[in-house]
Ligand binder design. Structure first.
Ligand code: ATP
Ligand code: MG
Length: 404
């Protein structure tokens, strides 16, 4: 779906790739001067046009684009039939190809897994130019590879480039947009055009329009990535040091982290005992969190952090090796918001029950709504109640505002 637009609006030629002039020039030179260098390595952040450029240049030059991935390197015979031998280039029946080895970031350092060594061997034998792409080619496992390739950097796309791409799509799709909406979307993308296009697609499904309001629906990409990274560390590791620092870069409020862990923990922890221990840590964290709120006792934050990180990490007997896709909390969020609202009402009811000598349940159901009406309309009563019940800000806010 979203992928559909990124394909529909994929650059058809190198001229349509915006903001990468220097990279495109180097790429053209590389192909034209082949075999001076056997391979080039396009590197740069996600969604900046690396794969698109490889496809576009092959199309432009009328060459067949053959894509290889890491596991292909293991099969020598198969590989040879694709990349050919250097001599074949002389043949009259020679049909030109470009070999693309896309996204090597995850490739193994070891040859027996179809790793970097095998790729380097392939580069030296190929009769065709090879384009390799990576987000981060500076990992140590790539040090030899870097020497065999011409390194070509692709820039993180500038904000106004992203705006330009989005505006064009809006126009072609007949989408109404305002400046703020378009710019907000581009800013969120962080240079990732692909991400921005997918967001645009999702946001305009309902009424074919993009405005600032629609943006609120999207949670900040970076924010979500940070949270997923944090909980992945917690759930995957059993090392105290790694767990303890897992939330360091997650500046978000603890309530949100609690929700995320609550949502994803059962996906990772499959043994009942692990899950039980983990939930114990989680619920203790929630209790301390509540005490912070009620008593403004910030010292408890240390416990909350320890319980959420190490407490949950060490709740498992051993690490799980399965691959799990973590996701943002959905259904739970609504229940939680509802409970939180009630929590304030419950707190007020408790206080009322003690001064009116009635049951908490009665105060919750009967007294609070009654009190609330007077509270909203009578300044003097408001002040008296604030003092006699020692109401905190949240409770005052709730009494004043909650429409019930
Ligand atoms: N420089 C650009 N100019 C125009 N459109 C772009 C550009 N970069 C990316 N896009 C759009 O984003 C989509 C994805 O780009 P592409 O697949 O080339 O990114 P990439 O650099 O290979 O990213 P990754 O590192 O994630 O593989 C393209 O189909 C195109 O619609
Ligand atoms: Mg790519």
């Amino acid at each position: 779906m979203g992928e559909f637009w990124t394909r529909k609006y994929a650059p058809k030629s190198t001229a349509q790739i915006i903001g990468q002039d220097s990279g495109i020039n180097l790429l053209k030179n590389f192909v034209n001067n082949f075999p001076r260098k056997k391979a080039c390595l396009l590197y740069g952040p996600p969604g900046c046009g690396k794969t698109s450029s490889a496809i576009a240049i092959a199309t432009e030059l009328g060459l067949e684009l053959v894509e290889l991935n890491a596991s292909d390197f293991r099969n020598a015979a198969g590989i040879n039939s694709i990349v050919g031998a250097a001599s074949k280039q002389m043949s009259l029946l020679f049909k030109g190809k470009i070999i693309l080895v896309d996204e090597i970031d995850g490739i193994a350092g070891r040859q027996d897994r179809g790793g970097v060594q095998a790729l380097i061997k392939l580069l030296s034998e190929s009769a065709f130019p090879i384009i390799v792409t990576a987000n981060d080619p500076f990992a140590s496992k790539f040090s030899k590879l870097r020497k065999s390739c011409q390194m070509i950097q692709f820039e993180e796309l500038k904000y106004d480039t992203v705006v330009k791409v989005l505006r064009e799509i809006c126009t072609k799709e007949g989408i109404t947009f305002d400046k703020e909406g378009l710019e907000g979307l581009a800013r969120r993308a962080d240079g990732d055009v692909r991400g921005a296009i997918i967001d645009l697609f999702i946001l305009t499904r309902i009424d074919n329009k993009l405005s600032k309001d629609e943006l609120e629906i999207l949670s900040d990409r970076r924010h979500v990535v940070g949270l997923i990274d944090g909980i992945t560390r917690i759930l995957k590791t059993k090392e105290v040091a790694i767990a303890l620092s897992a939330l360091n870069n997650v500046s978000e409020n603890i309530d949100e982290v609690l929700l995320w862990i609550d949502e994803n923990m059962p996906k990772e922890y499959k043994k009942a005992e692990d899950l039980a221990r983990a939930y114990e840590a989680l619920s203790k964290a929630a209790v301390f969190k509540g005490r912070i709120r009620r008593r403004q006792h910030w010292r408890f934050l240390v416990y909350v952090n320890a319980l959420l990180t190490v407490g949950i990490s060490l709740a498992k007997d051993e690490k799980y090796n399965h691959v799990v896709k973590y996701d943002k909390p959905s259904r739970i969020l609504k229940i939680w918001i509802y409970n939180r609202k009630n929590l304030i009402r419950k707190g007020i009811a408790e206080k009322l029950a003690s001064v009116t000598h009635s049951s908490k349940k009665y105060a919750f159901k009967e007294t609070v709504p009654y009190i609330q009406v007077i509270y909203r309309n009578n300044e003097k009563f408001r002040q008296e109640l604030n003092e006699s019940l020692e109401l905190d800000d949240k409770e005052i806010e709730w009494l004043k505002g909650s429409p019930e």
